[in-house]
Design a protein around this ligand. Structure first.
Ligand code: ATP
Length: 674
């Protein structure tokens, strides 16, 4: 509630004045040009008006008392407005709120709330929080009393919405629409960009998804290769059994056979030592030689005998010598037969000689020779027996040794068979080593280390048989070849584009969500505005009709909702007048007042300032206006500038303003009878 206004140096008020406002109606009166409206300007200025034109000036300086012929100008204008805040009309923890404002000649100014310097915005916000303000319905000038009446349908609707506090929702709606528009633009842009990115991204993804597969393929290949080679090594190791035990066995057999052979050879050597001698018994032989020697001696002796022809004797002797010679050569039994033949031949030759004429005459010699020959013959027989004996021994010896040689042959044949077998096995062994080398090569080619394969590997690990595993390995290698090497640059680009794409996709989702939210907000706001407006409109309209009837005592007026806003329909039945344009100035003023009060009635502000809004009214209508004021005084505090007596009569406090000779305004309080 307004308590007091203090002015100093403001417009025509050079000296300090103080206006104490009544709780209900305060009226300011005075002649034209005395400065009444300057008080209203001060109120508007204090409420935060910053446009000099709305304060009937052209600059801040024009608000400062400018001086007259007889009064000095001042350097600053200042004003303070006191509010009773005991009912907490302002959301501040003070019983009294003082809003002050100063302006200096250089155009600078100051704003204070309870003596503390603040910004203009703080002042405006303070009043806005309590439905007050320099603009709007708080202060109505003579010139803008018919604001609602002369406004367009759209403006009327806007005014009503402002009074209802729906402007903030309209602003929010406007902001939401702008935001929706820019959101949709961004959405379109993002969609366009994603559409542009998509083919490139798809191409890159086709490439990189192959590479993604590469890891899986390479890993399967590695695992499978490892298992495959484990199995191969194991089976290769097992293949050693194909020859090794057999080889060891055969080698042992061969060693045994060698030993046997050696043993048989030693036996043969030993038996060879027992081989019978084929030499003639030396005793028999030397006996024979001696006997031949005797025979020779005897013949030599006979040759000296005159009865014996010398030639014949020599034949004998040469026979004996030849025979002796043969005997000397007789060293082995093999030529014994030959000797026998020679001896027999010798004997027959001797016998021929004996039977010849020459010797036959010498009987003694003949008998001696015959004796000797008999002896030789007997010796030969003995030798023959001996020879047979030796031959028998040979036969026996040969039989024995033959058996050993047969054994040797048999064992050697076994050994040869064994060596042949070993020869066959060596092929298998070579095959084993060849397979091993091949496996090593394969493992090396697969970039694996043969030595890292543990010998005791569970065979069950390989889930396929070897042929299936080989097929799978070939397939995986072909796959890897087909996939090719990873290009880091392409991968990087794919990641960047994908990140950008998913960022945009997320943004699109967010923007779509934001769009939906904004659309929903706009609908909600429209509903809220529409709902609140319709309710307020109905009550404002019925108030308008009611006040119209109270003021006009005739006809009817109503607000009509149109497509664009609010139209006003007036019908003065007695006069047969309908429509605003047909009304007189006073009637128009009265209609404006009815509309003003109808608007105020929706949400009465804490105070209302009317500056000569009743100027055009006649006596009768002024009274009706005064009655209307009275009926409203408990809802709002009124401050009026007027010339009307009827209005003065309803005032609780009355002030008179006069213009002094020095060109400065004076204020005086006129005490009214209670
Ligand atoms: P009406 O009844 O005709 O509306 P009023 O009482 O409302 O008159 P105002 O308009 O308040 O009169 O006062 C106008 C007077 O104030 C003028 O005489 C004008 O010269 C004077 N005035 C306005 N600004 C200044 C100023 N800065 N310095 C001195 N006097 C000023």
């Amino acid at each position: 509630m307004l308590k007091r206004l203090e002015l100093q140096g403001f417009k025509s008020f050079k000296e300090k004045i103080s206006v104490d406002f009544a709780e209900t109606i305060t009226v300011i009166v005075g002649p034209n040009g005395s400065g009444k409206s300057n008080i209203i300007d001060a109120l508007r200025w204090l409420l935060g008006e910053h446009d000099a034109k709305n304060l009937r000036g052209d600059s801040g300086e024009s608000l400062i008392f400018g001086g007259t012929n007889s009064s000095q100008k001042v350097s600053l204008a200042q004003a303070s407005l006191y509010f009773d805040n005991s009912k907490k009309i302002f959301p501040l923890d003070y019983e009294e709120i003082i809003v002050s404002r100063k302006v200096f000649r250089d155009g600078t100014g100051e704003y204070l709330i309870n003596q503390a310097q603040v910004r203009l915005k703080d002042v405006i916000d303070l009043f806005a929080s309590s439905k007050m303000g320099a603009r709007g319905l708080s202060i109505i000038n003579q010139g803008n009393a018919d604001l609602f009446i002369k406004a367009s349908d759209t403006e009327r609707r806007t005014m009503l919405e402002e009074i209802l506090g729906l402007k903030q929702y309209q602003l929010k709606k406007h902001e939401a629409k702008l935001k929706l528009q820019s959101t949709r633009e961004n959405l379109e842009k993002s969609k366009l960009t994603t559409e542009e990115l998509l083919p490139h991204l798809r191409a890159l993804k086709r490439q990189t998804s192959k590479w993604e597969k590469r890891d899986a393929v390479a890993s399967e290949l590695k695992t499978l290769e490892t298992l495959y080679f484990q199995r191969k090594i194991k089976s290769w190791q097992e293949s050693e059994k194909n020859y090794l035990p057999e080889k060891t066995k055969l080698e042992n057999t061969r060693a045994e056979l060698n030993k046997k052979i050696e043993h048989i050879q030693i036996q043969i050597q030993d038996i060879e030592k027992t081989k019978p001698q084929d030499t003639i018994n030396s005793q028999e032989k030397s006996q024979l030689e001696r006997e031949l020697g005797g025979l020779e001696a005897e013949l030599r002796f006979a040759s000296k005998d005159k009865t014996v022809k010398k030639a014949d004797a020599n034949d004998f002797i040469s026979l004996v010598i030849r025979l002796k010679q043969d005997l000397e050569d007789l060293k082995s039994l093999t030529n014994l037969e030959l000797v026998f033949n020679k001896v027999n031949h010798f004997i027959s030759e001797i016998n021929q000689l004996i039977n010849g004429e020459t010797i036959s005459k010498n009987t003694a010699l003949i008998s001696s020779l015959e004796e000797k020959i008999k002896l030789i013959q007997s010796r030969l027989t003995t030798l023959e027996i001996e020879k047979n004996l030796v031959e028998q021994k040979f036969l026996e010896f040969n039989q024995i040794i033959k058996k050993y040689y047969e054994d040797l042959r048999k064992v050697e044949t076994e050994k040869e068979a064994c060596i042949r077998e070993l020869g066959h096995l060596s092929l298998k062994e070579e095959r084993f080593h060849y397979d091993g080398n091949l496996l090593r090569e394969q493992i090396k080619d697969a970039n694996l280390d043969f030595n890292e394969f543990t010998p005791s590997i569970s065979e069950g690990l390989l889930p396929l048989n070897l042929t299936e595993a080989e097929n799978r390995l070939h397939y995986l290698k072909r796959e890897l070849m087909a996939i090719g090497e990873i290009d880091g640059e392409v991968l990087k680009e794919a990641n960047t584009i994908e990140a950008r794409y998913s960022f945009l996709t997320e943004q699109i989702t967010d923007l779509e969500k934001a769009s939906q939210d904004l659309e929903k907000l706009i609908i909600d706001l429209e509903e809220k505005i529409g709902h609140d407006f319709n309710i307020a409109f109905k009550s404002a309209n019925s108030a308008f009709s009611k006040f119209f009837k109270e003021l006009f005592k005739d006809g009817n007026a109503e607000m009509i909702l149109t497509e664009n806003g609010i139209d006003i329909g007036v019908d003065l039945k007695q006069k047969g007048v309908s429509g605003i344009n047909s009304l007189s100035g006073g009637e128009r003023s009265l209609l404006s007042i009815a509309a003003l009060f109808a608007l105020i009635s929706i949400s009465p502000p804490p105070f209302l300032v009317f500056d000569e809004v009743d100027a055009a009214l006649d006596e009768k209508n002024s009274r009706r206006f005064a009655e209307l004021l009275k009926s409203f005084k408990n809802q709002s505090q009124f401050i009026l500038v007027t010339h009307n007596r009827s209005v003065m009569e309803v005032a609780e406090a009355l002030y008179g303003v006069t213009m002094g000779e020095a060109g400065t305004s004076k204020l005086m309080s006129v005490k009214l009878a209670p």
